[in-house]
Design a protein around this ligand. Sequence first.
Ligand code: PLP
Ligand code: COI
Length: 359
Amino acid sequence: MTEFVLHRSAAPSTPEQRAEILANPVFGHYFVDHQVIADHDESEGWVNPRIEAMGTWQMHPASAGFHYGQEIFEGLKAYRHDDGSVWLFRPEANAARFVRSAERLCMPRLPEEAFVDAVRKLVAVDSEWVPDGEGEQSLYIRPFMIASEPYLGVRPASGYTFSIIASPVGAYYDEPVTLWLTPNYTRAAPGGTGEAKCGGNYAASLAAAAEAEAEGCGQVLWTDGAERKYIEECGTMNFMYITADGELVTPELNGSILPGITRDSLLKLAPQHDLKPVEAQISVDELFDGVASGRIVEALACGTAAVVTPIVGFKAPGGIHHVVGDGTPGERTRALRTHLVDIQYGRAEDAFGWTQRVV
Ligand code: PLP
Ligand code: COI
């Protein structure tokens, strides 16, 4: 793909408008002044890569993405360090996952370098939208691709649009969560799209999220689609727990779990916290027995938007309610969270070379 061409917005936000939004950046409500767009055509490949004013697009109502869900996305963040510089966290990992998601959904491959380049350019153009690090604010970046060919037959579309939008954000969850073990729904089946980051997975999860909310829980705890016996992940996060004998345990990637970049980062940081990273098949019984017996002392969920969210309990049908530890966020969960966030905001050593400066 050739260079992304910049067409600057003729009416960007004023410093006063930005300041008002950045004072309370509710997750995903406000958007920066520009967006990335590129089109993919079967014969020409990626064409017309550009950065232009944020605004609505026109799409034909028969666009395949509207009907058959050929849509994938990513989520990453830009962080402002204390010296004013702006940094990304592992964007190449998002680029690689975007390629894998595209392959699963029969969509065209966006070269990884082009993905990272486009993210960097958008963040550079709209760097004034990156909040300062107070309150763990950041700029959430949403690359995505959707099938745009107007055609109602079911087959991979011949035309696609790639875009990146970005939104200044604060915390996704303000509080620790209790998870609901849904008896009615699964998120992903063997051979399905669970390990791809595609919109359809999230549409399919909404009914379970509503059920969780009705049960007084902040999130769903998903089990496997075949037997409903093994823990997979949470609605927008991967799942982990910490044992009394110092293990950081998470479900092993099995094709139906989203391979989270935060998950991978925490597993790599674990030894610095005297925690042994373990990826294993975890049954619901093992989890609930472990919490009840005190073998499992902390639980957490992790993801880009939610960072590290402490899990303080589990609820399941039949009035089952297990409280983790004393029902408050665990100390090691907090330490892992602080370590990760300190790397992202440039306050701790980036020993793995995960961060890269944009401006
Ligand atoms: N699992 C699901 C279903 C998610 O939506 C996310 C969020 O992206 C994650 C896990 C965590 O992935 P990551 O850490 O790459 O953001
Ligand atoms: C992310 O953490 O980037 C996610 O994708 C979660 C999002 C669905 C809110």
